[in-house]
Design a binder for this molecule. Structure first.
Ligand code: ADP
Length: 605
């Protein structure tokens, strides 16, 4: 369609130029030819007039001297009278000749008898010739009843006008000649115009085709088809334009590739960021959001794009930080806290305005940093310090009180003093256990636990721990059974740490199982792991405490634990040791029935 429009517009203009110029040239040529033909006619009529003047000079003079006398005898010329001579000459020249006396009387006429002719003194050409000596007129002849071209010449003798000679031609003869000429000019011009129209179409097509190709290429480029190239023909302006369009396409392709690479790089960075990032425009519409932000806010990444942030994000803290940042043009920080069933969610919010090249606000960016873990660790640390201080203070206070009582009571009897000293000793032992447990914990805490890894037989370690625990169990009337596989169970481990792990679990089983109960230690293996379980028929742990007992200082029954000399750190140390060996610990328990603690450790390869 565009193709046709351009071609036909070009061609229409060209056709108009050809038609107008052909018409103008045609008219001009016809006019010039007519003019020159008329001049030729006039010239030949003038020559004939001069000839006729020669012939009729005497007759005219004679008539002017004796106007009443008949012309015939006086006008003899070459043996014939004037009328005959004029008739003969008219026949030979193919023109009409007329001799008119000064008084208008026609003395001779080649086509008509003078006697029949009226006075010609007032004929326009005669009238004009009287004034200016010579005149040409085209007019209707009343005598011959047709249009004629007349040329009249004034004849004088000795300064006096004696008459006029007039030569004329039927105008139709000139007209025919001119018509023929015009026809030839028209045919020539028509043929030339036809050739010009054919050539014009060819040139218009040659000119419009590359432009149309360029338009198609430019459109393709604008729609992203940067590979489109126009064939360049010649080094004229059109060729150079095609080359320029090609260059533009290539550089656009390059620029686009760079932009795409940049955008992909940025998008990868945003996607890979742990922090949530939301970009908004000045109208607070979301123009970018990464997965981390969507996850944190519990919204769908694709569904919220280009929608106002206040309809998509429910968190007031984020919206007010954003509004404040846009108003103050500053970085605004705040925090968002949500309490979930499992754990608290704490998110650090930073909102900052974005500016365009002119420094005008162009939107804002919000960075969300999930610091729940950090906040949790901080809380745990605070709790730990508070718990540790409290736990340390209890035996110290007891020691202080007991020792003060001994010091104050000089008369204290020996047995009481002995009992007091034993209690002081027990409290100091408790203090020592607490401090050593705390030190173990802090080594794990500071990542300072350097396992002294060796290939050890877990069955052997278990056997030794059980043997050590047996006297206490016997004393408390607890059954203690050890079930081992009939082969060694090798693990890569720190012997001392694994011993401590088994001791702590055996200690707990011993502590929380009433007399008459049963403790069974089992060791088994699968293809990759060793499973050590310590089962008791003790008091058990209700489900709501089963995960918490692995926390530091957590005790289901504080008084009971303290009474038994527990620190509340035993299971936490077990967990740390198991994890330091790439293992796990878990519990299965039923209140009042008993508990089974299971430790899984990878087998040595
Ligand atoms: P503690 O020094 O108090 O024993 P632990 O960290 O070893 O500290 O244990 C934490 C808590 O888990 C204990 O106070 C106790 O309430 C519970 N617990 C541990 N082992 C057992 C068990 N075998 N049977 C019942 N309760 C247990």
């Amino acid at each position: 369609m565009i193709r046709n429009r351009l071609l036909w517009r070009l061609y229409a203009g060209y056709v108009a130029i050809i038609v107008i110029s052909t018409l103008v040239v045609d008219l001009w040529v016809v006019r010039e030819v007519t003019k020159s033909s008329m001049l030729d006619v006039e010239r030949s009529l003038a020559i004939n007039c001069s000839l006729l003047e020669e012939i009729s000079r005497d007759a005219l003079r004679a008539h002017s001297e004796r106007p009443d006398e008949p012309a015939a005898p006086a006008t003899r010329a070459g043996g014939r009278n004037l009328q005959q001579t004029v008739t003969e000459l008219g026949r030979r020249t193919g023109t009409r000749l007329t001799v008119i006396a000064n008084d208008g009387l026609v003395l001779a006429d080649s086509d008509e008898l003078p006697a029949r002719m009226d006075n010609h003194g007032q004929r326009p050409e005669v009238f004009e010739a009287r004034q200016s000596g010579e005149a040409t007129r085209i007019r209707f002849s009343r005598t011959l009843q047709k249009r004629m071209v007349y040329h009249a010449l004034r004849v004088t003798h000795g300064g006096d006008v004696t008459g006029f000679v007039r030569v004329s031609l039927p105008y139709v003869r000139i007209d025919d000649k001119l018509a023929e000429l015009r026809r030839l000019v028209l045919i020539g011009a028509g043929l030339a115009a036809l050739a010009a129209l054919v050539l014009g179409f060819y040139f218009a097509k040659r000119f419009s085709d590359p432009i149309i190709r360029m338009i198609a290429a430019a459109e393709a480029i604008s729609q992203g088809d940067f590979g489109r190239q126009i064939p360049v023909s010649g080094d004229d302006e059109i060729g150079r334009l095609a080359e320029a369009v090609n260059r533009m396409g290539r550089s656009s392709a390059q620029r686009m590739a760079e932009l795409t690479t940049d955008r992909n790089r940025l998008s990868k960075i945003f996607t890979g960021m742990v922090e949530g990032v939301i970009g908004v425009d000045v109208e607070q519409r979301i123009i970018h959001i990464n997965q981390a932000a969507a996850d944190l806010l519990g919204i769908q990444m694709n569904e919220c794009l280009y929608k106002p942030i206040w309809t998509e994000v429910r968190a007031d803290e984020i919206r007010s930080a954003l509004t404040q940042a846009l108003e103050t043009q500053d970085v605004v920080r705040s925090q968002m806290r949500r309490s979930a069933a499992s754990d608290d969610l704490v998110v650090d919010i930073a909102a900052a305005t974005l500016r365009d090249e002119d420094g005008e606000p162009a939107g804002a960016v919000i960075v969300l940093h999930d610091i729940s873990e950090l906040a949790h660790l901080e809380r745990v640390r605070r709790d730990f310090v508070a718990n540790a201080s409290h736990e340390l203070k209890t035996p110290i206070t007891a020691i202080q009180g007991l020792s003060e009582t001994i010091l104050d009571d000089e008369g204290m009897d020996r047995d009481t003093r002995q009992r007091f000293l034993e209690r002081i000793h027990a409290q100091s032992l408790r203090l020592s256990t607490l401090i050593s447990d705390l030190m173990t914990i802090s080594r794990f805490e500071a990542d300072e636990f350097e396992a002294n890894l060796n290939r050890i037989d877990l069955a052997e370690v278990a056997r030794r721990s059980v043997a050590e625990a047996r006297p206490e169990c016997v004393e408390k009337q607890l059954g203690l059974t050890l079930e081992l596989p009939d082969h060694p169970v090798f693990i890569e481990a720190d012997m001392q740490a694994i011993s401590q792990l088994i001791d702590n679990l055996l200690d707990n089983a011993h502590h929380y199982t009433p007399s008459g109960g049963e403790i069974i230690v089992r060791l088994s293996t699968d293809s990759s792991h060793a499973r050590l379980s310590i089962e008791d028929t003790g008091i058990g742990i209700s489900p709501q405490y089963q995960q918490r007992i692995f926390e530091r200082f957590y005790r289901v029954d504080k008084a009971r634990s303290r009474g038994l000399g527990g620190t509340g750190l035993g299971l936490s140390i077990v967990k740390n040791i198991a994890e330091a060996h790439n293992g796990t610990v878990s519990v299965e328990s039923q209140l009042g029935k008993g508990s089974t603690f299971t430790v899984t450790l990878p087998l040595a390869v």
